[in-house]
Design a protein around this ligand. Structure first.
Ligand SMILES: Cc1ncc(COP(=O)(O)O)c(C=O)c1O
Length: 335
């Protein structure tokens, strides 16, 4: 199946992460739910400073930046953005500068990802939620000209690196999964992952579709709703197919988003989600984050309990990282 993928030329990447990431069976969690076999892909172990899904995307985006002569990376995100932290880490590793445009106030305590951003020497610019919503691109353009006037060459990475080039990160991850299936002697009927801006889903979905692999890619949205993401992912997949000259028929119905687990909203946790993260950590020795993977794994567990998966299925959950995001929310855990 991978032969089809191997024939397609994709952009170059710079190797910055630990890959391939391990796939492990969640023996106790599967047994506890009494349903399908649940496996986990440890993309939370792509590195330490660069841990999580964003580094797979950044390997492609940053290579493009380097090819264009850039020495400053500018990007944006929420105050606890994993993507911004990974960008700051990559910049420092490569002797570049990073500028992070963060949605939030400078008065907030430096914790979690924000603390690490500072440790890595990022130039941090705080903006309001309204500025973020309406003018983050203009703000990043202004910062770019400010740096370029000083003689630097800066490069803007969009939120979550969820553009066409970034999509190849998870396109490659799906390729990796298909190779690992052969080594493990297991076929995954479903791959499930958290959806925040859609790029991780889009890449995974596209490689799965091109390879004609018999697997459903399921996303659990942690913000917005399924309609929004079906449209957004459809756009990213179409643009990516154009980029690699692949012309496959695509229907929005192929994009499967499990809605209903946003809970109190983006980055807001409910007691049941926090309790789930605590129980899961004790049961499997794996830390999920409250913003993305905690909600997605909680969603998977509820769906299994509701009988929405068959008992003989093999399910692969991609752990997309985010562990540093647990620290600013530690009071919710009440230890
Ligand atoms: C830990 C983690 N998991 C999942 C996601 C979702 O990925 P995407 O934005 O590509 O949908 C993100 C980023 O948004 C993330 O930081």
């Amino acid at each position: 199946m991978n032969n089809i993928l191997n024939k397609i030329q994709i952009p170059e990447r710079i190797k910055l992460s630990n890959m391939p990431t391990k796939i492990e069976k969640l023996e106790r969690f599967s047994k506890m739910l009494g349903g399908p076999n649940i496996y986990i892909k440890r993309d939370d172990q792509t590195g330490l400073e660069v841990s999580g899904n964003k580094i797979r995307k950044l390997e492609f985006t940053v290579k493009d930046a380097i090819n264009k002569g850039a020495n400053v990376l500018i990007t944006c995100g929420g105050i606890q953005s994993n993507h911004c932290r990974a960008t700051a880490a990559v910049a420092a590793r490569l002797g570049m500068k990073s500028v992070l445009v963060l949605r939030g106030s400078s008065n907030i305590e430096s914790d979690g990802n924000l603390f690490i951003d500072k440790l890595l020497g990022a130039d941090i610019r705080f903006i309001t939620a309204e500025e973020y919503k309406n003018s983050r691109l203009e703000i990043m353009e202004q910062i770019k000209s400010e740096y370029d006037k000083k003689g630097y060459m800066s490069y803007i990475i969009p939120e979550g690196a969820s553009n066409v080039i970034g999509t190849f990160g998870y396109y490659n991850a799906m390729k990796e999964i298909i190779e690992q299936e052969q080594e493990l002697g297991v076929h995954f009927d479903k791959v499930i992952l958290a959806v925040g801006s859609g790029g991780t889903y889009a890449g995974t979905f596209l490689a799965n579709k091109i390879s004609e692999n018999k697997c459903d890619i399921l996303g659990v949205n942690v913000c917005d709703d399924s309609e929004y993401f079906k449209n957004r992912i459809y756009e990213i997949v179409q643009d990516t197919m154009k980029y690699i000259n692949v012309d496959l028929e695509l229907s929005k119905d192929e994009i499967r988003i499990i809605d209903g687990y946003v809970g109190n909203g983006y980055a807001l946790s409910r007691e049941e989600e926090i309790n789930f993260i605590k129980e899961f950590a004790k049961l499997e020795g794996i830390i999920l984050d409250p913003v993305y993977t905690g909600k997605a794994m909680y969603g998977l567990s509820e769906e299994i309990k509701n009988g929405n998966f068959k008992n003989d299925e093999n399910i692969l959950f991609i752990h997309t990282g985010g562990a540093f995001g647990i620290f600013p929310q530690k009071e919710l855990f009440k230890y």
